[in-house]
Write a protein that binds this ligand. Structure first.
Ligand SMILES: C[S@@+](CC[C@H](N)C(=O)[O-])C[C@H]1O[C@@H](n2cnc3c(N)ncnc32)[C@H](O)[C@@H]1O
Length: 280
């Protein structure tokens, strides 16, 4: 099949499932047959039979709603590549806001280590470790997600330790900074998921009735794992900032701040564990 014909078939097939069909088709052509945009525009090359079959099968999967990232098996986050697939949350661009805010704070306070709770693919912890050159412990409960976490630590040669762990229980570490993008969708959010999102694990999404279960639990259990003056960073869902700031404040955190994402939505809430606090 000619590259241009393949492109046209792809755009037609995905026009009903994607708002950026052309982008997705270029990604699939590159993945299945190493065909570039220039190859399509010049229409100089053909996909062989094996490449054509692979491409048509990927189009079929995408047409059935499977996310592009699962089909390709890899996605970029903070300029690094992360393996993804069934059982692990796809890294989101919004989450780069948390990483940026945490990097700024870590540099300002010369932080020496960190923990990433609910690590999933490891995109947050691995990015922090590589950017800051510090060790990061990445905690994840799901065995499926954990295997991606291990793979991504190796792939990025990150100074991270993958820990198969339920963050609702205490751990042993002490950290300058704890970051988390926990499951935060509410019961009603779960009933109106986009088709693609419903392919991702419920365990990565659902934050109980009001979406705040993990903010309450992590704040309570993990504040004693912060060194005096350490920082706790959360990614949050749209509109959760007041409730999460309130949870931090009730647990004795100070200097509570928020950070907006590129769309102007408050995406990060963070606070400081007081320097003079006696952990209990
Ligand atoms: C919203 S996803 C975030 C994944 C990753 N940090 C990211 O930003 O892409 C939440 C993650 O928490 C994990 N998780 C859910 N409950 C957990 C628990 N009790 N202990 C540890 N991890 C948990 C899920 O498996 C999922 O990987």
């Amino acid at each position: 099949m000619r590259a241009l014909e393949a492109y046209q078939i792809g755009c037609e097939t995905l026009s009903t499932v994607s708002e950026c069909a052309s982008f997705e088709v270029f990604e699939l052509l590159s993945y299945c047959a190493s065909v570039s945009r220039i190859d399509v525009l010049c229409d100089t090359i053909c996909l062989n039979e094996q490449q054509t079959n692979r491409y048509l099968s990927c189009l079929d999967r995408r047409k059935n709603g499977e996310p592009l990232q699962y089909i390709i098996g890899e996605w970029s986050f903070f300029n690094r590549d992360f393996s993804v697939g069934k059982g692990v949350l796809i890294p989101r661009a919004d989450t780069e806001t948390l990483v940026e805010a945490a990097i700024l704070c870590a540099k300002q306070y010369q932080m020496k280590n960190a923990a990433d709770l609910c690590a999933g693919s490891g995109c947050i912890g691995i990015s922090l470790s590589c950017e800051l050159q510090i060790p990061v412990d990445c905690y994840e409960k799901s065995e499926e997600a954990f295997s991606y976490l291990q793979k991504n630590i190796q792939k990025n040669r990150a100074n991270c330790r993958a820990v198969l762990w339920d963050v609702c229980a205490h751990s042993t570490g002490m950290y300058d900074m704890i970051v988390s993008n926990p499951p935060y969708l509410t019961k009603s959010d779960m009933q109106t998921l986009q088709r693609e999102v419903s392919f991702e694990p419920e365990m990565a999404l659902y934050g109980e009735e009001d979406g705040l279960f993990f903010y309450r639990t992590i704040t309570e259990k993990w504040k004693s794992h912060l060194v005096p003056g350490g920082w706790l960073f959360y990614e949050i869902g749209m509109g959760q900032h007041d409730a999460v700031a309130q949870i931090l404040s009730e647990h004795g955190f100070t200097d509570i701040c928020t950070q907006k994402d590129l769309c102007g939505i408050i995406r990060v809430v963070f606070g400081r564990w007081p320097a003079a606090h006696v952990n209990n």
